[in-house]
Every structure is written in C-alpha cells, then in structure tokens.
Design a protein around this ligand. Sequence first.
Ligand code: WTA
Length: 646
Amino acid sequence: MNKQFFNPNPEFAKNARVGSMEAYHELMNEAKKDYEGFWAKRADEKIDWLAPYSKVLDESDAPFYKWFIDGKLNVSNQCIDRHLADKGDKTAILFEGDRGDVEKITYSQLSQRVNKFANLLKNRFRVKRGDRVVLYMPMIPEAAYAMLACARIGAIHSIVFGGFSSEALKERIKDASAKLVITADGAYRKGKPYLLKPVVDKALEGDIECVEAVLVVQRNHEDITWVDGRDYNYCDMIDDESDICEAEAMDSEDPLFLLYTSGSTGKPKGVQHSTAGYILWAQMTMEWVFDVQGDDVFWCTADIGWITGHTYIVYGPLSAGTTTVMFEGVPTYPDAGRAWKMCQDHKITQFYTAPTAIRVLHKMGKDEPTKYDLSALKVLGTVGEPIDPPAWKWYHEVVGQGRCAIVDTWWQTETGGHMISPLPGATPIKPASATFALPGIMAEVIEEDGTPKKIGETGLLCITKPWPSMIRNIWGDAKRFKKAYFGDVEKDGKPLYFSGDGAVIDEQGYITITGRVDDVINVSGHRMGSAEIEAVVKEDDYVAEVAVVGRPHEIKGESIFIYIVLKQEQEKDMVKHINNLLSQNIGNIAKADDIVIVAGLPKTRSGKIMRRILRSIAKGEAITQDISTLEDPSVVKQIEEAVKNS
Ligand code: WTA
C-alpha cells in the first residue's frame, strides 16, 4: 500500500487555492528565488497592519531572527475586528458541550465578549502589555475569549493543559512569573462534572509571589473554595465592562504567547512565539492546508492547552474568518459515534485529529462512521505522531469515504504552524508520508555535518532557513534556546534549526517522519521528556537509579517504560507508588504502562546509561548491539529476565 498514490479529488481541486502540483512548485520556486519577497507579499496581503514594517527579515543576531521589523498590528484585530463588516453575523465559534449543549458565537458577539474581557483584565486586574497571564482552562469559549483578550491588550498568555497537576502548573506559573491566573471552577467530561480550581489553589500554596489574583469562570457551578482578596468571579464582573477596548498596537516581534513543552533535557521550556510571523503563518496554513472557504465549518479536536489548539482552534481559523468548532467532551462519549454525529450535525467540512484518536475510534467502532451523514467532509487531517497505514486506510476509506484528502501535517510547538504536509487539492498522497515542505519552508534531511542524506536513509530533519512563525526564544533562557535547536547541525558554518525528529526522503522526494531521535517520548501525541520523568522518580526515597524510555504502543503510539533500581528491597507496590508520584508531579499523562525493578542499569565505563539497550529490551527485541563496552555486561541478561517476569 505504501507505494500507492492517492490523487486529489478533481472536483475539490477545481476550487482549491492550490489546485495542482504545478501551482505548488510555482509557489515554492517563488520562495526560492526571492525568499524575503515571497514572505513580504503574503504579509502585505494577509495582515491588517496598523503601521507598516520597514524590513522583512533581520538575520544579524541569528538564531534570534526577527521578522517584519517595526511593523505594528494586533492579533485580535486580525481574528475579529476586520471580519466584522462582512462576517459579523457569521458563527465564529461553534461550541458543543460534553452533554450536547450547543452555543453559536458570532463574530460580533465574539468581539463584544473579547473587548469586555480585555477591559476586565486592564481595569480590574491592571494587566498591562508584556505581563504574563496563565490560563488553566477547560475547553469552553471563555478560554478563547481570554486568549484574544490578552492579545488585545498585549499581555502574554501561557496556557497550561488542564491535565497537568498542581506541581506542573506551579512550575510553569513561576517560570513565567505570571501576574494573573485564569481558570474555571471545572467543566464536564463523560457526563460528569470535574473540578479544576482546586488544582490552582494547590499550585498557589507556598512561595508564589508573582500571582496577584485568580479569575474564575463558572462552568459547572460546583462547590469550590474562594480565597478572599485573591479569587474573583468572572461571571459576576464581566457584564459591568464596556464592549469597546482599543486594541494595543503591538510590535511584530512582541511575544504573543508562551507555551511550555518538553525537551530531551531538564525542565519544560517556555516556547516563545511572536505576533506578526505567527499569525501570518497560522492564517496561511489554514488557507493552504485545510483550504477553508465560504461557509466551511472546521473542527480541530485538540485541547487548547497544546499548540495544535492554539493555532488550529483559535488563531488560524479566526484569522481566516472561518467557523471553528470547540468541543468540551471526548469523542468516545456517550459512544464511539460522538465525533461522527458532531460532523453530521454541524456539517463539518474539515476534521483534524491525532492518529491516537483515529486508532481508538477505529477500534471502538469500525463501522460507526457509516451510520452518519458525513457528506460535508472534504479534508481530514492528522497531527502529532506518525500515522500507521491501517489507521490511515480506515480514515481514508470509512471516514473520508475515499473522497476526502488526508493531510498528514508535520509540525511542532516550536514551528507555530504546519511545516510539511500535503496540499489537499494538489499533492498525490502516499499514506503515512507527510509528503512535501509547504511553500516557503525549506526542509532537509541531513547528517550532523550538514551533508544531505542519501535517498532512503534516515537522517535529521532540519529547517534550513528561518520562517516567520518559528520559535523566538525559550522564556528566560536564551542559552538553552540556542543549544536546544541550533546546537547540533551546521551547514556552511551556519547553525540550522534541528527539529529533534528523524526523517527519510524517497526517490520521488516524499518526506516520511520516522519519529524523535532524542529522548522525547510521544505518548498519544503528547511530548514527554524522559529526563523530566526521571527527575521526578529520582526524588523518591526508595529509588537509587532510574531510566525512562518509550515503547511502541498499539493505541498510544508510544508508552512510558520505566526501569528502577531500588536502594533496598521492600514490600511496597512500586508500580502504584511511582505512578502516583508521576500523577502528582506532572499529571496522569505521565503515568507509565510498565515499571520494572532491576538490579542495575546498563552503563558505559564512563557512567552513561545506554538507553538504546533499554529501548530494545522494552520492545522485546534481541540485543544485537555490542555490549562489551559496558561496565558490567551481565546486567543486560538480568534486565531481560526482570522484564520477562514483570
Ligand atoms: C511529532 C504537535 C509524525 C514529532 C504539533 C514532532 C509528528 C512532535 C507529526 C511535536 C506527523 C507531529 N508525523 N510525527 N504528522 N506531527 N509529530 O510540539 O515528533 O506537541 O517533533 O507539536 O510531534 O509535538 P508538539
């Protein structure tokens, strides 16, 4: 099946923005010939500038690239105000609650609510341009209002995924030195209310001095604790605010938001995105990759706590003036037909989800999609991890009825938007390949010294030219920014952006992502740093040594596998104990599927843990690598035995 091409649907291609490979090559050649000119043309076309930029790209302080120097704009203008004249009555956000409640918010209503929210932040909480605001929110429209309200007044939001624990939240609040936390009492999941506010209360215990107030949106009206003088009720206050708040003229390079993500070393890093470059690419990729047009209804199932939710629930769809669906619940509740029912009810035209979700929905209800009218669907997208051919086939044949293009989009928190992806009206698709770099994006698969990899050989996936929506910095740690992304690969003496992923290019130039080549584990499309998990486990009194690796998993893509050496033998149920620890310190997403107690870890004589060996053992593979360089080669046999018996 891998050799087979799936050509774009000719009917779709007729009206697509990029309707053929010739058109794709034309765009790409335009970018290659005059890189800055290519981007300038789009920036002029797409952005409503409040003041023009004087220079397209400044590379003088590389890798701290700057785009559209001196330009002034406001992202909430881009996403709201400029649509009001002709799209005021169009639905901007189509919200569906867990229990099936639906609310349609028009662009005019969105404008009123965002303006009120912005005034509330400004007037009552004295939030100013450049201040950091942490959002710990469920999937409700107020989360989007809060993001846009921050953008309107120039505050920098940092969303923490609602599945993270109080400890993880605390760490991120402190790192960003946030002035305000916006949260909700809770929300609904699988028909039941759950609480978020107590997690915030716990995160703010002790030594957090930066936070002046907590703003609470009431979603489920459950009983929560209100701290006098610190906690404020959004629902009581918002009506008093005016719905006119002038948008701050932001500089192109002012940070729009921070988003913490895991790397291969140390604690999570606050990825810092810019204003102009980010919003430009968010809108362009909505138009190219999803080809949203007219009355399309776009649904991205991600959580707003991840980059996919930032770019493809809020900023991308709204800047493109489309209708974006926001869903509070899970696609398997009340049954495995929920997502398909929503596609039918709301006449969804583009559906964007993760391979993990596709595998779950396939497993739980192979024929479920056929029970619903999915005839509005045009484009189906995937993101977050490589999609395996069986999942791809089902998505294409059963969900897409062979009619829809499947866009397998490769990108990262750091890239801001899609980088490598098919264009639905142009690219002949090979299943499980992300195909080609988008026009304007220069991707190469190379060796560490910068030489290109041969066809068919796996190498390092690098982006060789700066692009507008790229990460600008790691919040408060410029040194780490340089080292993490520009420290590994050089070409002609210039550092290149290295993604941390491996990839392979075939004889037709198709790029297939092979997965992370660093110590980042991808669990259900969520990035987990093995070092981050190890740091938590290491703190435990019972643990002498720990090593964490990823193991292939049928549904999740990868699962977490932990090897532990104990200080001394004891009776405790270590699996439960360690998973509790991870759940408290990071969140349930960090729980391990396997925890194996071993007598020792495979180390070189210099003390380096040989993770490759541990990965092979976790996978159940025979050890073929040379183990003679290990300090104690016999440890390998012992570990294999321990895993077998666990
Ligand atoms: C992986 C998510 C294969 C990759 C937008 C990357 C993918 C990491 C794909 C970023 C894809 C994302 N095929 N792998 N289409 N998309 N990845 O920062 O390993 O949460 O480095 O951003 O997900 O994850 P992040």
